[in-house]
Ligand binder design. Structure first.
Ligand SMILES: Nc1ncnc2c1ncn2[C@@H]1O[C@H](COP(=O)(O)OP(=O)(O)OP(=O)(O)O)[C@@H](O)[C@H]1O
Length: 254
């Protein structure tokens, strides 16, 4: 039964790389809007879990996923799911900015052109809207025809966010989206994400605990493939229930 309160529900998720169980019984729920941060030491399963949400493991031989993933109440892993459509509705932003080696405009219009044919003026509007939402329009509006590889790392990352937003997703998955950027560019990208959190469901993997504390409302702490604790970000950082969480957020391990 669909749970109206949540846009995405994952229950009892297990993921195996061959014989190795990398995720053990993870249940997490995500509301329609807001930022959830996934934190945990290297190898704790954060990226593995994030990638399972839009079926990025489908092409990796030997990977088996168990458990329930319900998006709008529908099973993400059902046989009849259209993966192109799923990935439009659940978009992914990677650690390294991923502009294609063509113009800023074409980078954002790319996903839109895969869908139904749109008149040029509509395409222009959608590109502007997405770049504005990603917080980079003012910086690129006079160079839409220039190669996106000529932008700064932070600008490239916000153009990558705009490319995902252009296809009108409900969920943005962000896998360490600022870890390849300098601190100033990181803060600019963070500010853009903060502007998005009232309108989208954002799930961000981050190693940067200050970042998780600054931008997320909910934090989930994973360790060795287990969900140790999930809760209000403030509580996870200031008053966690589990000693393991306390040890991690206070820097005693990881
Ligand atoms: N393609 C793969 N094949 C086999 N094992 C894998 C594969 N990808 C990840 N793993 C293993 O799964 C576990 C979880 O890895 P994952 O990358 O999800 O962790 P993470 O918390 O995102 O780490 P990091 O913060 O370093 O990116 C690790 O033990 C890792 O070695």
């Amino acid at each position: 039964m669909a749970d109206e309160k949540y846009l995405l529900t994952t229950e009892h998720v297990k993921l195996f790389y061959g014989e190795k169980e990398a995720l053990h019984d993870i249940s997490l729920h995500f509301p329609k809007t807001g930022i959830t941060a996934l934190i945990g030491p290297s190898g704790s399963g954060k990226s593995t879990y994030l990638r399972a949400i839009n079926r990025m493991h489908d092409l990796t031989p030997g990977v088996r996923v168990e458990g329930k993933f319900l998006f709008h109440g529908q099973d993400i892993y059902a046989d009849n799911v259209d993966l192109v459509d799923l990935r439009k509705r659940i978009g992914m932003v990677f650690q390294q900015p991923t502009p294609f080696p063509f113009s800023v405009y074409e980078n954002v219009a790319f996903g839109l052109k895969l869908g139904k044919k749109m008149p040029k003026h509509e395409l222009d509007e959608e590109v502007e809207k997405a770049l504005t939402q990603a917080g980079v329009w003012n910086e690129v509006k006079d160079r839409l025809g220039s190669n996106a590889l000529g932008l700064s790392g932070g600008q490239q990352q916000r153009v990558s966010v705009a490319r995902v937003l252009a296809t009108k997703p409900d969920i943005l998955l962000l896998d360490e989206p600022t870890s390849a950027l300098d601190p100033i560019s990181s803060r600019v990208v963070e500010d853009s994400l903060l502007d998005l959190r009232d309108h989208y469901c954002l799930i961000i993997v981050t190693h940067n605990m200050q970042q998780a504390a600054r931008i997320s409302q909910t934090t989930a702490f994973l360790n060795e493939g287990r969900l140790v604790e999930v809760g209000n970000t403030r509580d996870i950082f200031l008053d966690p229930k589990e000693k393991e969480t306390q040890d991690y957020v206070s820097g005693r391990f990881g």
